[in-house]
Structure formats: C-alpha cells, structure tokens
Write a protein that binds this ligand. Structure first.
Ligand SMILES: Cc1ncc(COP(=O)(O)O)c(C=O)c1O
Length: 435
C-alpha cells in the first residue's frame, strides 16, 4: 500500500491517543483512509455562502438554484435545493443529529453516555461494506452465527478477503451460549471481529433478556482476557420485537460502554425500520467505553472518507424525504400500524404451527420471536426437492437453505389469510417427497 497521507496519520494519531484498542482494530485500509480536509467537497462547503461560488461540479441557474429538469422535479413535493444537489459524504447533518436522537430514544439504557454521530451510507449493505473496509483485513475472521444473511459472504469474504467463522446458533431451541463463548474466547488472544444480527435473518430470533446478559458477559470476558473486539451490530430489523421478555434494545446500548477493549459498531437503516427498502439510506455509529468527541470525530472522518472513495455520497432525495417523514406528526402512528400488521402475521404463524401437530413429522420451527422471518428445519426429506415441488405444484415460493435443511419463510410479505395455506402446502410438499 502507498505511504500514508499525513491526514490519515493525523487521524491515526488521534485514535491511538484516545483508544489504542480502536487503532489496533483498524484494517490496513482503515488506517490509510481519511476525509480530505482540503478536497473539492470541503472547498465547496467553504464557498457555500460566498457571492461567487465557482467550486462544485453541479449546474446552477443564474439565481443560484439548482438547474433541474421540470419533468423530474414536478414529481417531488420538496424544494429542489433539498433534492438535487449532492449530500455531504457523511450525510445530511440534521438527519445525522435526528437519527442519533432516535437511537437514544429507542435505547434508553444508553442514557446520556457519549457515542458518535451516525455516518450515512447507501443502505445497510453499504454500511457493512464500509465497516469491512475500515476493520477487516485478509488475515481476519468475522465471527457470526451459523445462520446468517448470505450477503455477508460477498461483503466480507469476496470484497475484503476475510473469513467467516461460525458459532453454533441454537442448541435445544435456545441460543447456544457455550458455542458463542468458546468462539469469542478462542486462542490466540488478539484482534477479533464479531457480528451479531438481531432480529436475525433468516431465523427471526432475538435473544431473551437472560440470553442477552450471557452474550454481553461472554464478550466482556473476552475483552477482559486481553482480546480487542470490534462488535458489529446489524440492527436492520430493529424494533420488530413481537414477544415480551426478549431484549428489545440494540446490543449497542450495552456494548458501547462495557469495556475499553470492545468497540461497538451499530449498523442500521431506514430499509426495514422505516419501511423504505429502495431508498438506500443506512447508518454507521460507533461507541466504546471512555470514547469521546475527538475519537468519534476521527472515526466519522475515516468512515466518511471510505464513503467518499466508494460511492461519494448517499442519495440526497432519500435523506431529505426521511428527515421530513420522521419529523411528521403521524410518523410514529404509521410505524405502529405496520408493526401491528406484521405482529398479527407472526401470531398467525405461531397459532398455525400449534394447531397442526401433524406437521412435526416433517418439519419443526427454529426459535423465532421478531423480525420478518422464521425458519422450519425439515426432517428426512430433501430440502431442494420440497422447494421445487412447492413452486411447481403448490405455487408457493420460500427460500431454501439446502446445506442446513431449512426453509426460510417471510411472514412479513405473506398476507394473513394465506399463512395457513402456506404451511399446509409445505406439509403437502414434504408428503409428496416421501411417496
Ligand atoms: C441482516 C440484514 N442485513 C442487512 C441487510 C441489507 O439492508 P439494505 O437493504 O439496507 O442494504 C439485510 C437485507 O435483507 C439483512 O437482512
């Protein structure tokens, strides 16, 4: 790699001074990246209110407003200045402030403890990729549950060369804490990257409060033993908790302030939380015990630099629409309504499985209590064959995980009145498979 730019060196110095752990956790790319202080964007920002601004590469009318096409602009009910110009690489400041406020509101145990401002990314996938950029080297392993969102493989292994290392997710229908503890405490002691995704894709599982305590204790013990851990929290499905007794806050609320050797990295987005899948807005937020403004600003600058070098910036239109939406009076009620619809479907799945004990012969559900999905583990039938029969004979599509003998069912996208038929079709396809 080329020699470090002095601006990267300065950020590294700040990070090392305030947290040797975070410095050690940075990848080679993470150490090399910086947000150019005197780059085009920064110079454009400096000239923003000047009488003559001949800096940035956008087109303006003579009166300074963005030069746009009305055939585009007329579809959007917001001022063109909030839609057409570039957004900053780190995201719109009012949106970052508001999202931080929302994180605090949704995670009361954060209290008034410090953590970074969220940096805006182009969806959670891009947030994952930027965290890979910042922290994952080819020699690193990313510890995660053996049931995981398939795209982690492309993001971490194919793009950054890191290896996925799995702990066993469930044992006797519970979170397998022994496997988790063993994996995060494995020798050699040193840098470790852990990824937790709750509510989980594909299982729809969120730990109970008890299991959450055990998970946090296992991470704290690993930190105490001298490991330095970057704990990535993929909170894509945050807020969709359907049972009492589960840990409904983000693990960020605990891990961000537990131990100096733990860096919590919260990834979330409007994709599922705000029911806006195609808008492509995600966030990366950092927290570590003893972290303060200077450390967080350095991490934000590096992350913004990685965004700048990757996609330059996330869509202004999506950020502006979201900012307006979350300030609207009806927003909270609208979210409650959508969550209630999903919860009703979740309860219907539970009821259907309870009412049909005959299904046990061919499949049983993995633990689920939240999110969009649930999984059934098939017994003594060929998963690919069941999947194929479901499509061809029963006009039913589900996701098949052949190597695990699982089917993933998105109850989030299945109308309530079709849920019973969906499970009956799976049962019938299994029966067809054995004749
Ligand atoms: C666990 C998990 N993480 C991340 C993502 C990606 O989210 P986005 O669409 O915001 O990139 C998904 C989407 O399916 C997901 O299930």
């Amino acid at each position: 790699m080329a020699i470090l730019n002095p601006q990267a060196e300065e950020l590294n110095r700040i990070i090392k001074t305030h947290s040797p752990t975070v410095y050690e956790l940075l990848s080679k790319k993470g150490k090399a990246i910086y947000f150019p202080k005197k780059g085009i964007l920064a110079q454009g920002q400096a000239a923003k209110d000047k009488e003559i601004n001949a800096t940035i590469g956008t087109a303006c009318e003579d009166n300074g407003t963005p030069m746009v096409l009305n055939s585009v602009a007329r579809h959007i009910d917001l001022p063109t200045k909030d839609i057409f110009p570039y957004a900053p690489s780190e995201g719109l400041k009012p949106l970052r402030d508001k999202w931080k406020q929302l994180i605090m509101g949704k995670n009361p145990s954060l209290g008034t403890k410090e953590f970074s401002l969220p940096v805006v990314t182009c969806g959670v996938t891009h947030a994952l990729s930027m965290v890979g950029y910042m922290f994952a080297d080819e020699t690193d392993e990313i510890i995660m549950a053996d049931l995981y969102w398939e795209n982690y493989d492309l993001v971490f292994t194919r793009a950054y060369g890191a290896e996925l290392k799995f702990f066993n997710f469930f044992k006797n229908q519970r979170f397998d804490i022994d496997s988790f503890r063993k994996t995060v405490n494995a020798k050699p002691t040193g840098k470790k990257i852990v990824l937790l995704n709750f509510p989980n894709n594909p299982s729809g599982y969120t730990p109970t409060k008890e299991a959450a305590k055990d998970i946090i204790a296992a991470l704290t013990d690993a930190a105490e033993a001298g490991n330095k851990l970057a704990v990535i929290l993929d909170d894509s499905y945050f807020g969709l908790d359907f049972e009492d007794g589960i840990f409904a806050e983000s693990f960020f609320s605990q891990i961000a302030h537990t131990h100096e050797n733990l860096l919590a990295i919260k990834l979330d987005g409007i994709t599922k939380e705000e029911f806006a899948w195609g808008f492509r807005v995600g966030f990366v937020t950092y927290g570590t015990k003893g972290g303060g403004t200077e450390l967080y600003k350095a991490l934000e600058d590096k992350t913004a630099g990685a965004v700048r070098g990757n996609i330059s910036n996330a869509p202004n239109i999506s950020q502006s629409l979201l900012l307006n939406a979350i300030q609207s009076e009806t927003h909270a009620k609208e979210k409650e309504r959508n969550k209630a619809v999903l919860k009703e479907r979740y309860l219907k799945v539970k009821e259907t499985l309870k009412n049909h004990k005959e299904y046990d012969k061919y499949f049983e559900a993995l633990p689920f209590n939240s999110g969009y999905f649930m999984c059934v583990a098939l017994k003594n039938v060929d998963t690919d064959k069941v999947w194929d029969i479901l499509l061809k004979k029963y006009s039913t599509g589900v996701i098949c995980y052949s190597e695990k003998n699982l089917l993933r069912i998105a109850f989030s996208s299945t109308p309530l009145q079709k849920i019973e038929a969906l499970f009956h079709n799976i049962y019938s396809a299994c029966k067809d498979c054995v004749v």
